[in-house]
Design a protein around this ligand. Structure first.
Ligand SMILES: [Zn+2]
Length: 241
């Protein structure tokens, strides 16, 4: 059941992307601006955000029903060395137990995926989405949280119980704290679920308003950013309304 969601059923990576853009795009990275599959033909991912979202949600229905599309993973492999046309970019959590390609029943190259524990957009993640939108022509960005998220739960324990974490984990938790604080203000019965929702919503907002690039693409309706939560038990993805 989806309580809080609408349910329709050497070089840093950033430098590498910048370098790729500056050199007007190598075959391995591709480019929406440079790519033209053939003269006069639109790129195969130039389908608009709503159509892309519809494809993803229909794919999720197949995934939930355990009726995924039969795929030949070797087909198109050579072609994908020259270009790529992902229909969506997805920000998902490292511990969500499922790859977005499975959860949305999409094939190789169909999704541009950034995963980090807690599915928040850090600077490198943001740069990755900028690359996907500007140079790959991605029409849709999905922030995908999931139920029982260990990273969000860790942030709650740090705030509520003064738990201490080793290594670099405090820095990661710091990025999730705003969602926990926002959820606490609503005094929910289930703080974890509420914080997971807030975390998705905050990161949708962050990507929608990220200057100078994504905000401009959003305002010009060249890309849409939406949020959703994946339920571990059912596999169902519910979109935030
Ligand atoms: Zn998680």
């Amino acid at each position: 059941m989806c309580l809080t969601f609408h349910c329709p059923h050497s070089l840093s990576r950033r430098d590498a992307f910048k370098a790729a853009a500056g050199f007007a795009v190598t075959a391995s990275l591709g480019s929406a601006e440079a790519k033209e599959p053939s003269a006069g033909q639109p790129a195969s991912n130039a389908i608009g955000a709503d159509a892309a979202l519809s494809l993803l949600m229909k794919g999720n229905v197949r995934y939930v029903a355990n009726r995924p599309t039969h795929r030949d993973f070797s087909a198109g492999r050579a072609e994908r060395t020259k270009s790529q046309y992902p229909i969506a970019a997805v920000l998902s959590c490292s511990d969500s137990r499922v790859a977005p390609e499975f959860a949305f029943d999409q094939g190789p190259g169909d999704l541009f995926v950034v995963r980090v524990a807690g599915n928040f957009a850090n600077e490198d993640g943001l740069a990755s989405f900028e690359y996907a939108v500007k140079f790959l022509g991605v029409p849709l960005v999905v922030v995908l949280g999931h139920s029982n998220c260990g990273a969000v739960d860790a942030a709650i324990k740090v705030i509520e119980e003064n738990a201490s974490l080793p290594g670099h984990l405090p820095g990661l938790v710091q990025s999730i704290k705003p969602a926990v604080e926002a959820a606490k203000l609503k005094a929910p019965e289930d703080l974890l679920t509420a914080a997971i929702t807030e975390n998705v919503a905050l990161n949708v907002k962050r990507l929608q308003t990220a200057q100078p690039l994504l905000a401009s693409f959003v305002q010009n309706k060249r890309v849409k950013v939406v949020g959703g939560v994946y339920d571990l038990a059912t596999g169902k993805i519910c979109l935030l309304s």
